[in-house]
Design a protein around this ligand. Structure first.
Ligand code: FRU
Length: 499
């Protein structure tokens, strides 16, 4: 079959000229469409980031794996696409990459082995590899390694593989329409189905996609670990459309099969904003200076309007890289989500502090606010509602706050700028607070087309795209009574390089 059918004819080929919304410190491809992050792995001094990509169109096109490398997770060099569609098995959907340290595959010791979903004639799992530190890639000759056999679901995708020390096995998590399957292998090539998880658990309004299973310490205690299963769901996210949920449980052998089990009955969201989807974690980070930390990255978008966001030469940006931790808050275990510590390197000059902002009064910070970090804390004992307003000279405004009586944290982007390009974009998005807060901390990262908010040190995260038509420049803290913020610190964020 010709590959022409992958290219939408109604979209102009994209060019490389810059645009006002291109982020300063988030990863975007040089041109074209970018969606799910794929195959993040650390190997031999480099962090690899792959992603769903088509550099010819700015909508979902001939899905290939774009590729970038970094020495510090901040500055990136874009490399040629790692894999592209082929006539036999079609496009290359989402997946992962591992380092085959013991040569389980027989390809060679320390081969980078990747897995992705092929889509023709049905979704099935394929393998590819690199023998030269991720500079060139070859598809495995006998793909698919897990065929979509008779009776299997048409939705069968997004392989995420990890080494399961306990039984010296490779485990692959895979998404079915509304479940996660676990397959095992000794050689990365022959796979057996172990079990599946999903029925009766979590949000089921849409399809389950892009799983990741992690063994994580509770409150930093490596002698007390549990398993966390991360699952994207679309639609059915916390504020409509795409979202990412997680389950805390155990992964162990029950009745001769390896299974994920959980006592969790509620739905837990990794990010309550509208724009953090398909996120999974880095593999092999333990070999880097970051050790056993868990770093993840998501696609900062939502399938509800992803085709229509108002950019042209490029479309789609990643979230900031997040550090995930399991932390106890009032006996509840929460998968917290904060910017990875690397971003300290980008935090620059102070733009304002407690001495030069006033409650309920706008302060003109200047256009540097459009790539900045705001830390603001409030004592909320005497007030029901606190928020900050971020606006521009056109009066376009994004509001971020907490309301005690409604029990919500929120980001209101109803007047944030260009918001009518797609139905379902404009809105006020909420995170449901699990208790009442008498102190609030907000860590807000602003970039050219986004705000990422971390309330109370990552207990609640909200990632939101915004498209102000002039740069954000005005800051206003707001509270009902005469309480003042207890801390304000606004600093410029430096630009990253994306070669
Ligand atoms: C998630 C997803 C994946 C799929 C990929 C295709 O956004 O739908 O399930 O592999 O996108 O690009």
């Amino acid at each position: 079959m010709s590959l022409d059918h992958y290219v939408s004819s109604d979209v102009d080929p994209v060019t490389t000229s810059p645009e006002k919304y291109r982020p300063h410190y988030h990863y975007t491809a040089r041109k074209g469409w970018l969606s799910d992050p794929n195959g993040m792995v650390y190997f031999d001094g480099e962090f690899h980031l792959f992603y769903q990509h088509d550099d010819y169109v700015n909508v979902f096109g001939a899905m290939s794996w774009g590729h970038a490398v970094s020495k510090d997770l901040l500055h990136w060099q874009e490399l040629p696409k790692a894999i592209i569609p082929d006539e036999h098995l079609g496009m290359c959907f989402s997946g992962c990459m591992v380092v085959d340290k013991n040569n389980s595959s027989g390809l060679s010791k320390n081969t980078l082995v990747g897995f992705y979903t092929s889509e023709l004639p049905k979704q099935q799992q394929s393998m590819f590899y690199s023998l030269d530190n991720g500079r060139t890639f070859r598809k495995y000759n006998h793909n698919p390694v897990i065929p979509n056999s008779a009776g299997m679901s048409k939705d069968f995708r997004d392989p995420k593989v990890f080494w399961y020390e306990e039984q010296s096995l490779w485990i692959m998590a895979l998404a079915g329409p509304e479940r996660i399957e676990f397959w095992s292998s000794t050689n990365l090539i022959d796979w057996q189905l172990q079990s599946w998880f999903g029925e009766g658990h979590g949000a089921h309004e849409g399809e389950w996609e892009c799983p990741d299973l992690r063994y994580m310490p509770i409150d930093g205690d490596s002698n007390n670990c549990v398993w966390v299963l991360i699952v994207s769901v679309n639609p059915g996210g916390p504020n409509g459309g795409s979202g990412t949920q997680y389950f805390i449980g155990d992964f162990l052998e029950v009745d001769g099969k390896l299974r994920f089990i959980t006592k969790q009955t509620d739905v837990k969201w990794l990010d309550w904003g509208s724009d953090n989807y398909a996120g999974v974690g880095w593999t092999n980070l333990q070999d880097s200076s970051f050790g056993n930390r868990v770093f993840s990255i998501g696609w900062m978008n939502n399938w509800t309007y992803a085709y229509k966001t108002p950019t042209n030469q490029w479309r789609g940006t990643m979230t900031m890289i997040r550090e995930l931790k399991l932390e106890t808050f009032y006996e509840e275990l929460v998968l917290t989500c904060c910017p990875a510590p690397i971003y300290k390197e980008l935090v620059g000059d102070e733009l304002a502090n407690l001495d030069n902002v006033s409650l309920n009064k706008p302060t003109n910070i200047g256009s540097d606010l459009s790539a900045s970090r705001i830390q603001i804390d409030f004592d909320t004992t005497q007030t029901d509602h606190v928020c900050v307003e971020l606006s521009n000279t056109l009066g376009q405004l994004t509001r971020i706050g907490y309301c005690k009586s409604d029990g919500i944290f929120y980001v209101d982007r109803r007047k944030s700028g260009n918001q009518d390009f797609a139905e379902g974009f404009s809105g006020i998005h909420i995170a449901k607070a699990t208790r009442t807060y008498n102190t609030i901390t907000m860590d807000i990262f602003i970039d050219r087309c986004s705000v990422e908010v971390f309330f109370n040190n990552g207990e609640y995260a909200m990632s939101e795209l915004i498209f102000p038509e002039e740069p954000l420049s005005i800051f206003k803290p707001v509270a009902q009574s005469s309480i003042n913020p207890t801390n304000v610190n606004i600093r410029k964020m430096r630009e990253i390089t994306r070669l």
